[in-house]
Design a protein around this ligand. Structure first.
Ligand SMILES: Nc1nc2c(c(=O)[nH]1)N(C=O)[C@@H](CNc1ccc(C(=O)N[C@@H](CCC(=O)O)C(=O)O)cc1)CN2
Ligand SMILES: Nc1ncnc2c1ncn2[C@@H]1O[C@H](COP(=O)(O)OP(=O)(O)OP(=O)(O)O)[C@@H](O)[C@H]1O
Length: 281
């Protein structure tokens, strides 16, 4: 029944000429790619075998990123604008977004052909002084190094952002008064929602990023913190153009890939996990 409901929400599934992993529901058995174990260490060392399997997944991911990049380049500005508007309108009108108090979101980069988040960010931040109580706490990514270290820092205005070397807007570590910005990992209360970027997604919850491992590393850390503190897990929602939604099994995954709870495209919301089905009904 869920599958039918999900299928009816999908307008277009893009078929890519790539090697397929066996279809698997990300939620039922997340680690879809089980690394083969050698019968005996003398035949083939386990480390070597896992390296080979991991390398195959990494190669497939790279090939898929190239395909998606090409598909996104082919989108006309009008097509993008119409999907950007539909996706943001869906989110802004949703009960789960309206109810969220604290969120982590990405600052979209037009050149990287990411789904626009500007209207959503504007809705989170106070438009005029004195309206702070109507707003949400907003944390946005800042890359610290090439070693998968990314922080999510609190901003209160778009003026808190500066362009980094990758041409992406991100917060400076200190605010205008010289104070450290609040880091979501040391904040005293939990975020309830993540709005995630990515290169490709599917309706079982798989997400392919840009290859830096920044989000997967961060999400794992945040989920561990949430467990430790006995907080409710945040809802992980990705924003996707239709061309980025893959058929089941096309996206290769490994054990460090964190599955998403839901996907928003121009055709609407696709809830995936039990938590999403509960919070998004
Ligand atoms: N808006 C936004 N902010 C984000 C991310 C993101 O994906 N989107 N990140 C998520 O990790 C982190 C930054 N990571 C990034 C990783 C790669 C590229 C990039 O320009 N990649 C090129 C290919 C570069 C290459 O192949 O050498 C590309 O994808 O076309 C940008 C940001 C944190 N902030
Ligand atoms: N939690 C983690 N711990 C250690 N290594 C990780 C973790 N998450 C990802 N990596 C490593 O980072 C590299 C990039 O991973 P992957 O290709 O899955 O990133 P991605 O999903 O495209 O990027 P992102 O998560 O930033 O959106 C891989 O070598 C992967 O093994």
């Amino acid at each position: 029944m869920i599958k039918n409901a999900v299928a009816s929400l999908m307008v277009r599934l893009h078929h890519l000429p790539l090697p397929r992993a066996p279809p698997a529901s990300t939620y039922r058995h997340h680690h879809a790619l089980r690394l083969p174990r050698p019968a005996s260490a003398s035949v083939r060392p386990a480390a070597a075998m896992s390296t080979t399997a991991e390398q195959a997944v990494a190669d497939q991911k790279r090939a898929l990123r190239t395909e998606v990049r090409r598909a996104l380049k082919a989108l006309s500005p009008d097509q993008r604008a119409s999907e950007d508007l539909a996706i943001q309108t869906t989110i802004l009108n949703s009960s789960w977004f309206k109810a969220s108090k604290r969120l982590c979101a990405y600052i979209s980069c037009y050149q990287l052909r990411e789904v626009d988040t500007s209207k959503i960010l504007a809705e989170c931040l106070p438009s005029n002084p004195g309206q702070e109580e109507l707003t949400k706490d907003l944390y946005v990514p800042r890359v610290e190094d090439k070693n998968r270290n990314m922080r999510m820092l609190k901003i209160t205005t778009m003026d808190d952002l500066v362009k980094n070397s990758m041409n992406i807007l991100e917060p400076s570590p200190v605010d205008a008064s010289g104070n450290d910005r609040e880091d979501v990992l040391t904040a005293s209360s939990p975020v309830d929602l993540f709005l995630l970027p990515g290169q490709a997604f599917d309706r079982t919850g798989r997400r392919l990023g840009r290859g830096g491992g920044y989000y997967d590393t961060f999400l794992l850390k945040y989920q561990e913190l949430t467990k430790e503190k006995e907080w409710k897990q945040p809802l992980l929602v990705a924003l996707s153009y239709s061309a980025q939604i893959m058929e089941e099994g096309v996206i290769p995954v490994n054990s460090t890939d964190v599955p998403i709870d839901a996907l928003v495209s121009s055709s609407g919301v696709i809830p995936i996990s039990p938590a999403a089905l509960e919070r998004m009904k």
